[in-house]
Design a protein around this ligand. Structure first.
Ligand SMILES: Nc1nc2c(ncn2[C@@H]2O[C@H](COP(=O)(O)OP(=O)(O)OP(=O)(O)O)[C@@H](O)[C@H]2O)c(=O)[nH]1
Ligand SMILES: [Mg+2]
Length: 307
């Protein structure tokens, strides 16, 4: 067993932090770490927090930590910021905001830099979750920073998604457009302490809460703490309900992952084959001279590759 794996299993926080960096950066050692811990994973449950910038995701996660600990969980937090090169300012800000919790030995926090394509982020995240799972953290809260396609991607990797809205940003419409109204298991109107939270809550309740999925819609204030305990209990309840079919869902998630990974491998193979294929170069020339068309050319190249 790798010393780092032994360390993280035995509760050494430095080994844990190092292992997460390795899988996040997809360093070569990452393969062996995952191979060694894979059999120990499957116990942790994961909750994603998504929503427009400044909605209060970090603040709310900070508030939820003690509530979830009170329910008996060993909590870890991952903040995913794909836009940030290694340690961006946004994450640092979050770190400061969560400083109170950082001093608490029972919680483990980490921001992930996962650069690169959408697939890279989910791969890093899946593996970071595995590392935390093997280290004995049974509840992992994942904050995703930034909006759009990536956030939707992240929701596929977690067991449960909490979508935050807040009255004082113009980003709500953006969030609706980005498809966040379809991915939530729980919808939260944060900043209940300020004007506009009530009307926004009513709108969301009507727009999303009444759909067939009937997701929970809650009003909270991460500032005053109002509603946070209720949210922790809702999350707990939903996770319990889902645990009944957990094996089945895990299998589906693994299938998604495998498909991503096979696609990656094939893509790389194809790229390297094309780079050295003389016929490919010739077909490009033919295309440029308009002696063939893109459909025929593509079929011809693909047929050559898979022969
Ligand atoms: N009034 C009020 N302010 C809040 C509440 N929750 C968070 N805030 C404030 O809103 C701002 C953004 O909070 P964050 O927790 O950093 O929000 P975030 O969603 O993590 O932001 P990003 O990570 O940058 O997307 C901060 O100034 C918070 O103090 C709340 O319930 N009420
Ligand atoms: Mg944040």
């Amino acid at each position: 067993m790798l010393p780092i794996v032994k360390g993280l299993i035995e509760g050494d926080r430095r080994s844990l932090a190092r292992a997460i960096s390795i899988v996040d950066n997809q360093e070569p050692e990452s393969r062996q770490i995952i191979r060694e811990i894979f059999g120990r994973t499957g116990k942790a449950r994961t909750v994603g927090f998504t929503g427009p910038g400044g909605a209060g995701k970090s603040s709310l996660v900070g508030r939820l930590i003690p509530e979830c600990q009170a329910l008996g969980h060993r909590v870890a937090v991952l903040a995913v910021d794909p836009t940030s090169p290694i340690t961006g300012g946004a994450i640092l800000g979050d770190r400061v905001r969560m400083l109170a919790n950082l001093e608490d030995e029972r919680v483990f926090m980490r921001s992930m830099a996962s650069r690169g394509a959408v697939g890279g982020v989910s791969k890093s995240l899946r593996n970071a979750i595995r590392v935390l799972d093997a280290a004995g953290y049974d509840l992992i809260l994942v904050e995703s920073v930034g909006a759009g396609q990536l956030e939707i991607e992240i929701t596929k990797v977690v067991d449960l998604t909490v979508v935050l809205f807040t009255p004082n940003t113009g980003d709500n419409v953006q969030a609706v457009k980005a498809g966040l109204t379809e991915v939530g298991d729980v919808y939260v109107v944060n900043k209940a302490d300020i004007d506009g939270a009530g009307p926004l809550y009513n709108i969301i309740k009507e727009m999303i809460g009444e759909t067939e999925r009937k997701p929970a819609v809650l009003k909270v204030s991460a500032k005053t703490g109002r509603g946070v305990r209720e949210l922790a209990h809702s999350i707990e309840k939903l996770l319990k309900e889902r645990s009944i079919n957990y094996k089945e869902r895990e299998k589906r998630m693994l299938e998604d992952e495998l498909k991503d990974m096979v696609t990656d491998i094939v893509e790389q193979k194809v790229a390297s084959m094309l780079a050295t294929d003389k016929r490919y170069a010739a077909i490009i020339e033919k295309l440029a001279r308009k002696e063939t068309d893109p459909y025929v050319a593509a079929e011809e190249v693909a047929a050559g590759l898979f022969r």
